[in-house]
Design a protein around this ligand. Structure first.
Ligand SMILES: [Mg+2]
Length: 420
């Protein structure tokens, strides 16, 4: 018989417990225990400048949830879809998010697409906000709990016709960003001069000299003859990723481009469902999926897209050149999703004009502070962002008198329409 010579030196459960350690108290809303109080009383939408569409859902018990269904340039169409949804959902239990999503997606026969999915997204995000507020927990708690203490974010530099990005890159660095994104090119012909691409390469080199990494958004503006040239030219300069190097729908062509470059390929802002994303994953032609939570079915569907992507070793970088509600919802998914990579943030973006920016309608803007390229865990119940409802109502009334935002039209020297 032998006796142990050494005793265990540490309790394994303690030595391995180095994850998220903060304790969070739940403080349910008083109405949460009142029968019938969680029924939906109203669904409203508000189009506000610069170009955002907010959704407000209120329960019988007085809990208000906010969502965002912005579909840039198509706000009137989404508002029409929302008017129909609002009429149908009064009296439904706001707690039954999955049932409501399934009803709105499946029951109506015609499904998917930017307009219907954006309307659903606005409602879905608002319902998650309501559920979090009713139960007294942040949305990430409802998604399984936090897997990180902060989410990495990137800002925008340059505009639709990018130039002089150096100063803007320095400004973003001062704001706290370590990574940025910019448009790769202006409008480009189907078969353009190779020199049309020269400026893109020098611009990336200039931005990287500031000490930030940069993703390049091809924006679906380039067709195959130019896209493969630009990818090759950029390769030595190591962009963070290239986004929509070809238009959505070109799966075999994207697969071919994928095999020609080592640059990570990102895409997904114009895909709206798991069914839309599936062929890209199965073809193995992307490294990063970029669902836009305001178009891709809200928190419910974006979360499912993320989980599906993980099985293909694809990371998730929520697309979000939009407003504060979509941004908060994207972060909530990011906090709870292991394959989350980075989230877009529209603070100071070139479309946020006329004094309207990411923080305009937010009464607790400190929650979006960027430190060392990250935004800290949102800890308040629901989405964790508080909205200035009085300002939103006043601005929606003012914006209703104006032309809604629409994207610029690009035409080539022969007068023909080009991709924007
Ligand atoms: Mg893009």
């Amino acid at each position: 018989m032998t006796s142990p010579t050494t005793a265990p030196t540490a309790v394994p459960s303690r030595s391995y417990a180095s994850g998220i350690q903060r304790a969070f108290a739940c403080s349910p809303h008083p109405s949460s225990t009142v029968p019938g109080s969680t029924l939906i009383k109203t669904v409203e939408s508000f189009y506000v400048r610069p170009r955002w569409l907010f959704v407000r859902v209120e329960t019988v018990g007085g809990v208000v949830g906010w969502g965002e269904g912005t579909l840039e340039g198509h706000s009137e169409a989404v508002q029409g879809a929302l008017a129909d949804i609002a009429r149908r959902l009064v009296g439904w239990d706001a707690m039954h998010i999955e049932d409501i999503y399934t009803y709105l997606y499946r029951h109506r026969f015609y499904r998917g697409g930017g307009v219907l999915m954006s309307a659903m997204s606005g409602v879905d995000i608002a319902l998650w906000d309501i559920k979090g507020k009713l139960l007294g927990v942040p949305v990430w708690q409802l998604l399984g709990g936090a897997v990180r203490e902060r989410c990495q974010v990137y800002g925008w530099i340059g505009g639709d016709r990018p130039a002089d990005v150096l100063e803007q890159a320095k400004a973003r660095k001062t704001q706290g960003f370590t990574k940025v994104k910019m448009n790769a090119t202006e409008s480009v012909g189907w078969l353009d001069s190779p020199h049309a691409l020269d400026e893109t390469v020098s611009r990336l080199a200039a931005v990287k000299s500031v000490g930030v990494d940069a993703g390049l958004d091809f924006h679906g503006r380039l067709h195959k003859p130019m896209a493969k040239q630009l990818a090759a030219l950029l390769e030595p300069h190591r962009p963070l990723f290239i986004e929509e190097p070809l238009l959505p729908g070109q799966v075999p062509e994207l697969k071919d481009l994928y095999s020609k470059t080592t640059i990570p390929i990102a895409l997904g802002e114009r895909l709206f469902t798991r069914q839309d994303v599936r062929p890209y994953l199965e073809a193995g032609c992307i490294d990063i999926i970029q669902p836009d939570i305001a178009h891709a079915g809200g928190i419910s569907e974006t979360r499912k897209i993320a989980i599906m992507a993980e099985a293909y070793d694809v990371g998730v970088a929520p697309h979000c050149p939009l407003g504060p509600i979509a941004f908060a919802a994207s972060l909530q998914v990011g906090f709870a999703t292991p394959n989350f990579v980075i989230c877009e943030m529209s603070w100071g973006m070139h479309y946020n004009t006329g004094g309207f920016d990411l923080l305009t309608y937010v009464t607790n803007p400190d929650v979006f502070a960027v430190r060392d390229g990250h935004v800290d865990l949102l800890t308040a119940p629901g989405l964790g962002v508080e909205l200035n409802e009085k300002l939103i109502r006043a601005e929606a009334a003012a914006a209703a008198e104006l032309e809604p935002w629409s994207n610029p039209v690009f035409r080539g020297p022969d007068g023909s329409v080009r991709e924007w």
